[in-house]
Design a binder for this molecule. Structure first.
Ligand code: PDD
Length: 283
């Protein structure tokens, strides 16, 4: 069924959405994005997503375009109504815009391209978590601004496809012998009974799910340490799981053929799933 999307001020059918080949998003990957789940026909944690989008825009010098952010919530509500979305997610994509010649240097006053479209959402059921998932470890060769939700995702795409082509769910990334994040997720581990996740900084995306889970754990008197996690800590953990807006908790029970803990899904992984699931069900 055809879907209505928002592109540069217009509500149109998805198949009719076209942009110029001279768009800097197409030529340079010059832009930022957000992925916002929709639960029960409402954008999830919208203020946190808009705040991160504002930060991404600011970090790439698109300061003048904050006006767009004011409109985004309204655009999303209109799309939810037009498409009758219940559980879905929004992909929001803002590029620096059209420029008549290909030039690394962008002019002042360039008008951004703004796209908002829905995608189907299929979160894993608790049943699906039961057997755990396999992960692998690779060197994190991405750039040192991974805190920006940039549309230039080639590094992440190559790393995720390495996993997909080799029968793994996710690639866990190591830089200087320390865990950064997954190719499309943040990572939590339980080591010596302690829940830990890598510190925020330029090497990782400040995940909205990561943030929510830390808050929910702390509210439930479970301590979470935001700290360095070495490759050794990771491989010798009792539990490892990935968090992201598309799948809020995915337990990793084996990394490169090495069992994590006893190789089964642990109590904190289930706890993470249950806490987020409960939070969503109470919306
Ligand atoms: N990505 N780190 C990376 C590199 C990511 O791509 C993502 C999510 C996360 C988790 O962030 P959040 O909890 O806010 O979704 C961490 C989305 C799902 C994507 O690009 O499709």
């Amino acid at each position: 069924m055809s879907q209505i999307i928002y592109l540069n001020g217009e509500y149109i059918n998805r198949d009719d959405g076209k942009i110029s080949i001279m768009d800097r998003g197409f030529l340079f990957g010059d832009g930022v994005y957000e992925l916002v789940p929709i639960y029960k026909s409402k954008p999830f944690l919208i203020n946190k997503h808009l705040q991160r989008l504002r930060s991404s825009l600011e970090l790439v010098g698109m300061k003048t375009d904050f006006a767009i952010i004011e409109d985004l919530e309204n655009i999303m509500l209109q799309l939810i109504a037009k498409n009758k979305y219940v559980d879905h997610f929004f992909y929001v994509h803002i590029t620096r815009g059209y420029q008549s010649s290909r030039n690394h240097v962008y002019p002042d006053g360039i008008k951004p391209t703004v796209l908002v479209m829905g995608e189907e959402y299929k979160v894993f059921s608790k049943e699906k978590l039961k057997n755990g998932f396999k992960g692998c470890v690779r060197e994190d060769f991405r750039w040192m601004k991974s805190n920006i939700k940039s549309i230039s995702l080639l590094g992440n795409v190559l790393l995720k496809n390495y996993a997909a082509q080799n029968g793994f769910y996710e690639t866990l990334l190591i830089r200087n012998k320390k865990l950064t994040e997954g190719s499309a997720s943040n990572i939590f581990v339980v080591n010596n009974g302690k829940v830990m996740t890598p510190n925020l900084g330029v090497e990782i995306l400040p995940g909205i799910t990561r943030d929510l889970l830390i808050e929910l754990f702390r509210k439930n008197n479970i301590d979470v340490e935001e700290t360095d996690v070495s490759e050794d800590d990771l491989l010798n953990s009792e539990e490892v799981w990935c968090t992201s807006s598309t799948n809020y908790c995915v337990p990793i029970t084996e990394i490169d053929s090495k069992k994590i803990g006893d190789g089964t899904v642990g109590e904190y992984s289930y706890k993470s799933y249950d806490l987020i699931n409960k939070f969503i069900s109470e919306l």
